[in-house]
Design a protein around this ligand. Structure first.
Ligand code: AMP
Length: 390
């Protein structure tokens, strides 16, 4: 999640610049001005209370602002982040924002200030007033809005400067130039964040070999639960012995064991940029466990990839593998292969669907040579590392 605020006097271009941010980063846009205009258009109680203040260019009460923002945040819990425009507009609203985001376990990551001088503001707004139909886009009210900005809104910069999240951008340039500067700031912020990838795919899709290669190439830690269980067995640890007993009796390895192993692995990894998970989460329960494990490190799942290979091709690949020394114990009979494919279909496909509601699941074509598939996966990963949804 990334939470941004666009800051600047009326006419600085906040609304215009918000458009690309929403598209590229999947943010939910909250413009208090737009929300208030909507309330007015619908004739709600809040809208009626705000109308005369807006018409004069003054600031609407915090009471009203909190209600409309809270509603917008609560109604969009799955957003990739929020983009605030026109809020916080006073020193008090800085604290209000912190309080509202705290509920989501988040905070404001970046306050981008579009700096333009007063005359540029006025001339842009007078121009906009010819077509916007806004009751506050006329010169007299504009001058009042700017006074309110100077008196009440500018102190907001000091608040976020102290927190280290304030960044200034010259807003007098062309729209694409300003967008480029904002994009660079967002990327810089995102590039500091952990990248945690979940690599899904049917058995035989190549997720194991691709996952390990990607982790090596991009300095991420590869976490394969299957390989971890195997290792415990080979090392003959107590956990390994317990896993063997479970395998022999045909039972599933309980989440308790898997969680302990992953927890250990994550804590031993130290300061890595992120992880690639393969073979986990396999069930809906495990998807919540993964969220919890990453949360403990201050991270979350950032990229979900589904490596797609047609079923017939999967069976062919698994059959070939079963005749090589790379054969896994579970590859050895057709019945087991079919069982694993079915298991994926019934338990793991719903997990991918769950992720699809919250994140974008990157569907990657898993057919072709190893290098071809690796190149496709690398492109996805590089976008993720730059924080771009592409
Ligand atoms: P805007 O579209 O952001 O220029 O907002 C238009 C008008 O809505 C402002 O001049 C204020 O009257 C009111 N308004 C918008 N956001 C806020 C806020 N955060 N606090 C107080 N008043 C606001």
């Amino acid at each position: 999640m990334i939470n941004l605020a666009l800051f600047g006097p009326p006419g600085a271009g906040k609304g215009t610049q918000s458009e690309f941010l929403v598209k590229e980063y999947g943010l939910f846009y909250i413009s208090t001005g737009d929300l208030l205009r909507k309330e007015m258009a619908e004739g709600t109680r809040l809208g009626e209370e705000a109308r005369s203040v807006i018409a004069s260019g003054g600031l609407v009460s915090d009471e009203i602002i909190v209600q409309i923002i809270e509603k917008a945040i609560v109604e969009n819990p799955e957003a990739n982040g929020f983009l605030f425009d026109g809020f916080p507009r006073t020193w008090v609203q800085c604290y209000i924002l912190e309080g509202l985001l705290l509920k989501l376990g988040a905070s404001l990551d970046l306050l981008v200030s579009l700096e333009v001088d007063a005359e540029t503001s006025v001339s842009r707004l007078v121009e906009r007033g010819r077509s916007s139909g806004r009751l506050d886009d006329n010169e007299e009210v504009i001058r009042n809005r700017l006074r309110e900005y100077e008196d009440k809104t500018l102190p907001v910069l000091g608040y976020f400067r102290e927190k280290g999240v304030y960044r200034a951008v010259d807003g007098a340039r062309s729209i694409p130039e300003v967008s480029d500067s904002i994009r660079a700031l967002v990327r810089e912020e995102l590039s500091k964040r952990p990248v945690n990838v979940v690599l899904f795919g049917y058995p035989g899709s190549g997720r194991g070999s691709q996952g390990a290669a990607l982790a090596r190439a991009y300095g991420l830690e590869y976490v394969s639960t299957g390989a971890m269980l195997d290792r415990e067995i080979k090392l003959g640890t107590d956990t390994g012995k317990r896993i063997m007993e479970l395998y022999d009796s045909g039972e599933l390895v309980p989440d308790e064991i898997v969680v302990r192993l992953i927890e250990k692995r994550l804590s031993e990894a130290g300061e890595v940029r992120g992880f690639i998970f393969k073979g986990f989460p396999r069930t809906l329960v495990q998807s919540y466990i993964l969220d919890g494990l990453l949360r403990k490190r201050g991270g979350s799942v950032s990229t979900v990839i589904d490596l797609e290979v047609p079923t017939l091709e999967l069976i062919k690949r698994l059959d070939i593998r079963s005749k090589t020394d790379r054969a896994m114990p579970y590859d050895l009979t057709t019945a087991r292969i079919v069982q694993r494919l079915k298991e994926h279909e019934s338990k793991t496909v719903p997990v991918i669907e769950k992720y699809a509601q919250r994140h974008r699941v990157e569907k990657v074509d898993g057919t072709g040579s190893f290098e071809e598939v690796f190149a496709r996966l690398s492109a996805v990963l590089e976008r993720a590392l730059k924080g771009n949804r592409g």
